[in-house]
Design a protein around this ligand. Structure first.
Ligand code: SF4
Length: 310
């Protein structure tokens, strides 16, 4: 079957990147809350990826389009500043290592203006690579990895079938950092449900502190039709948090996390309020604001449901 280019799903900070698909789907397609649940992983052949890089390079240098290259390639390239590349899809780091290195070398040769390459990575992907392999990728401009921690609570990780433990999540982040690669970590408010909320928030704060990432992004759980967690919710076996309970989790996570230097945000459209904080510098102020907010409990202060999204 020919490779189908995946939809563009990327972190907000990669909005201006060139989106280069290495894969479609996710190798760890078992997480019970995720839209990728059950999606098969497809690999884009390395020669095809290199052809796309060649086409972009030709287009940028001589404004020439090659027959047979998808129009989206030129649509992205025409508004691209040439500096950042985001490797798609949900865990591009699963790509066979030798081929990944070949693609990154090709990218550097053909598009020398690129300053930073980024990708989503699973914990399993990172732990499969040696320290030397990660360093080689760093030399080839892999500057940041986006990791989905989701929760630091092993009970939650097991419930959502994440396939890793909190200790492995910490090890993966530390390995990436040791190679000089920035880490951006996502956590999901409400993933422990009502019953596991307190433990989810406290354990997540503990694990985030041990990972000590450069960036943390907090999302709010949204149940996706077709996923097992959605079915659990429908049957009443999993209970969603109220907006203010969700904010309470955010407060506990920030209050109990300890970072060297981290930009912590909850800017995603799924969240009820937007937070942007440099931690630890802004910690006292943000804790004070969130405490006031949750004490007031005024729904008018929340992002309305119809504006919330995945
Ligand atoms: S590893 Fe990430 S992208 Fe893959 S199924 Fe789990 S949450 Fe979804």
């Amino acid at each position: 079957m020919p490779f189908q280019r995946p939809e563009i799903v990327r972190p907000p900070s990669e909005a201006n990147s060139y989106f280069l698909p290495l894969t479609a789907g996710c190798s760890n397609n078992a997480c019970t809350f995720c839209g990728n649940y059950g999606a098969k992983l497809h690999i884009h052949e390395a020669d095809e990826v290199k052809k796309e890089i060649d086409a972009v390079a030709l287009y940028l240098s001589q404004n020439l389009a090659v027959t047979g290259v998808p129009r989206i390639v030129y649509a992205i390239a025409s508004r691209w500043d040439g500096e950042r590349v985001f490797l798609q899809d949900s865990d591009a780091l699963v790509y066979p290592y030798a081929d990944l290195v070949g693609i990154m070398e090709h990218l550097r040769n053909k598009l020398p203006s690129v300053k930073r390459v980024a990708a989503y990575a699973t914990t399993q992907d990172i732990l499969r690579l040696s320290a030397a392999e990660l360093r080689r990728l760093r030399e080839l401009n892999l500057g940041i990895l986006y990791l989905g921690l989701e929760s630091g609570d092993n009970a939650v990780l097991q419930h959502i079938c994440k396939g890793v433990t909190a200790a492995q999540e910490i090890e993966a982040a530390q390995r990436a950092k040791a190679a000089g690669i920035l880490t951006s970590v996502t956590v999901i408010l409400g993933l422990g449900g009502k019953a596991g909320s307190k433990q989810h928030a406290l354990e997540t704060a503990k694990v985030l502190s041990a990972m000590d990432p450069d960036y943390v992004g907090a999302l709010t759980l949204t149940l996706v039709p077709g996923t097992p967690l959605y079915d659990e919710g429908k049957k009443g076996e999993f209970q969603m948090l109220t907006p203010f309970e969700s904010l309470g989790e955010l407060l506990v996570m920030i209050k109990n996390s300890h970072f060297t230097h981290c930009f912590f945000s909850s800017m995603h459209a799924s969240n009820y309020v937007s937070v942007r904080a440099n931690l630890p510098e802004d910690k006292d102020e943000i804790v004070r604001q969130l405490s006031d907010f949750t004490k007031k409990g005024d729904p008018a202060l929340l992002r309305p449901e119809f504006l919330r999204g995945l």
